[in-house]
Design a protein around this ligand. Structure first.
Ligand code: FES
Length: 178
């Protein structure tokens, strides 16, 4: 999709519908600044804050409202690891990859999670329950290796405990769905 178009009001309206008036207004402010392209990362952060991830419709809408080629917007979004291109799972798994955890086998913990869920770093399980990410030191090195699921810390974790741990959250997700 090109950022240049002769039916601008229509395209602008559609982009506003995708992003909402609040974001569209903020983007208009960013665009009025001297080098709008340099504001792209800040804009994408705001979009991710609102939607939890950057989907194709949101990226296209940003391209239209910023008047930047869609390929460039998509390229920036996929280049930086802090941008999420898929919806987040119900539970966020953060495997601590800090030094203390690494020394105590964080890589084996991570590998077990990857095996159990069949996903890679940054991905969400097909049932939408889990998203896997690595994190820096979580500040609880005394109980390394540490894994955090949403805001719950689990310490002294072994690979064998991972299936039981995941099952606990899976049950919770099922209960929530009813
Ligand atoms: S290195 Fe993992 S909690 Fe500090």
């Amino acid at each position: 999709m090109s950022a240049c178009t002769d039916n601008w009001p229509e395209v602008e309206g559609a982009a506003k519908t995708v992003l909402g008036e609040d974001l569209a207004t903020q983007i208009a402010e960013f665009r009025s600044q001297p080098h709008p392209e340099s504001q792209l990362i800040a804009v994408l952060h705001k979009v991710q804050q609102k939607f939890g991830y950057l989907g194709v419709p949101q990226l296209d809408a940003v391209a239209q409202l910023m008047r930047i080629p869609a390929a460039k917007v998509a390229g920036v979004a996929s280049f930086y690891h802090f941008f999420r291109l898929q919806p987040r799972g119900r539970f966020m798994i953060n495997v601590c990859l800090g030094t203390a955890c690494y020394v105590k086998g964080a890589d084996r913990i991570a590998q077990k999670v990857i095996e159990e869920l069949g996903i890679q770093w940054g991905e969400t399980s097909t049932d939408g329950v889990f998203t896997l990410e690595g994190s820096r030191c979580l500040g609880t090195c005394g109980i390394a290796p540490v894994i955090m699921i949403d805001d719950e810390i689990h310490g002294d974790v072994t690979p064998d405990q991972i299936p039981v741990l995941l099952e606990k959250y899976l049950k919770k997700a099922r209960q929530e769905k009813g």
